[in-house]
Write a protein of this length. Structure first.
Length: 131
């Protein structure tokens, strides 16, 4: 199935708007959750609102990748494999350090940025390989 350039452009737009909305909602949630002393059930529900924006952004990213040629898709795929492997090694290693050396516990929120960084590095390695 071929995706048109307009669909790919729409995918980038959807990804960009979704991630911007996600960031704004996260900041808003952080700003409002402290001083307003929201009910715990309401706070739980509000916590999932930014996730909907991130999900919408992810679907836009999938449109972008589907619109790429086979080599670009292979580079993205290799980047994802690097991200999974390096994130697994990093989180497992730090988990062992938490357990045996009593390092401070880290929030799960750090996993996604780690995936992003390791995925970008993996794509850079793959891109150089196919250059």
């Amino acid at each position: 199935m071929t995706i048109s350039a307009d669909d790919k452009k729409q995918g980038w737009r959807q990804f960009t708007i979704g991630m911007t909305l996600y960031a704004v909602l996260i900041i808003g949630l952080n700003v409002l959750s402290g001083p307003l002393q929201l009910d715990k059930r309401l706070l739980i529900a509000l916590t999932f609102v930014p996730i909907l924006a991130a999900l919408w952004a992810m679907l836009g990213w999938i449109k972008v990748v589907r619109g790429q040629d086979e080599l670009q898709q292979k580079i993205v795929s290799e980047g994802v494999h690097w991200a999974v492997g390096l994130t697994a090694l990093s989180t497992f290693s730090y988990g062992l350090l938490e357990s045996y050396v009593n390092l401070p516990r880290l929030s799960m929120m750090w996993v996604v940025p780690l995936i992003g960084v390791t995925g970008a590095l993996g794509q850079a390695f793959a891109w150089r390989r196919y250059r």
